[in-house]
Unconditional design. Sequence first.
Lengths: 270, 256
Amino acid sequence: MTALRARAPHLGLGLLIAVFALFFLLPFAGLLERGLGDGGAWDAITSDTALDALVLSLWTSALSLVIAVVAGTPVAYWLTHARFPGKGAVEALIDLPIVLPPTIAGVALLTAFGRRGLLGTPLDEWFGVTLGFSTVAVIMAQLFVGAPFYVRAARAGFASVDGQYERVAHTLGASRLRAFGRIVLPLSWPSLAAGAALCWARALGELGATLIFAGNLQGETQTMPLAILSAFERADGLTAAVALAILLLAVALVALAAFWLLSSRNGATP
Amino acid sequence: MSLRAIPAAAVATAALALAACGGNDEPRQTVTVLAAASLTEAFGELAEAFEGSRPDADVRLAFAGSAALRTQVLEGAPADLFASASPDEVAALAAAGLVVEQRALARNALVVVVAEDASARIGDFAGLAEPGLRLVLTAEDVPAGRYARESLALAGTEFTARVLANVRSNEANVRATLAKVELGEADAAIVYASDLAAANGVRAVTIPARFQVAAEYRIALLGENAGARAFLAFATSPEGSAILARHGLEPVAVAP
């Protein structure tokens, strides 16, 4: 009886699942229907604007990911093992951008690194460096909203590794770095890959903070999400917006598939 | 209240709400108005005054760049009125058969705004071409951006090219453009004269009359709705015009 129940869900539950699934499937179906049914879509995808935006999106989000991994891995490892007063506060602070609406992240970045911001003012006055409206600002916005996802996942991954393995490695004469590379990294690999995928996806989709902090200029700060928003505002723009959205979706799917493949292949064997 | 009672209560509430909408005693009319970002304050006050004179009316306002609003209406956004910063957007809706009636609403001049700390760098319209100036415009497809580029074009192609080389960002609506200057991120921008009323920490530099392009605001009735028709009449009435004028617009007070 119970086995039967588990296999055949209640009618109400089945309906709920169907409605829920449709809610997520229909928007994609709508995109495809509009995009493939319109002759202008191909022109939009192959336009200068689209290519510039795609190239900018890909390399900035990739660089954001690299920075997040290089800086975030040691931070996450240290946070997993360190004990100090106020650790909870530090962890909460690192998680904060995850729950922060991106527009607020944009305003926050402005108040810190904008031309009249805390650090932005001395940067501008002493070195003549301004970050706003630059590709650097795009990467900073992506890093700000994306990196916390990686650090969070990495912390969970490191915490799941049994400390005894590391201790054994040390007693056998392995250096800290070697133990990390041979023991901790392979064991926590799935978490790291999943965190990296989330971080990259979040950076690729970044809109609000970029719009506010970095502005919107083709080839400079106009990433795919901004190009899609801009296309939406043109007279015949919906076709272009839909086409660009499908392009970005396809790129994201390929990349995410690669991430998952990576995490499942190397995760199995420590 | 038991869990079972909730759906019944919800149905009862919905029925009451429907009755309130359809009843003859006190019909409550909701008027949804989509308006250009530059009309934010003016339409806020307009709606307040309208609701004050008609307690049964409830005006809902949504502001964005006229171009984005046009696309939303074309995609079926439920709206009763559309106030655009340019006739083009209204014409697009009319071509799609969505406009019942349209009227000229107001005109608006263009002005250069300069950030306080960049004041020394730019003294007049020609200063926009100063190399290295951090200029922000509204996107070309949004009325404010279109008018700004038309104004530049009146000053010559070579001047336009030099000015456009200074553009650091193309913003989605004129208020976002203004904000970049208010924040000091940009040195200067071209916005509407009426935006000055809502601006902080910026200095205005007038654009010479021969380079001026007047923005033409139009308001369109998108469906037969007594409340919406009343709002349209109010917006173009002497009282409505006075409100628009207070916010720096030049009302077109004549009837259709």
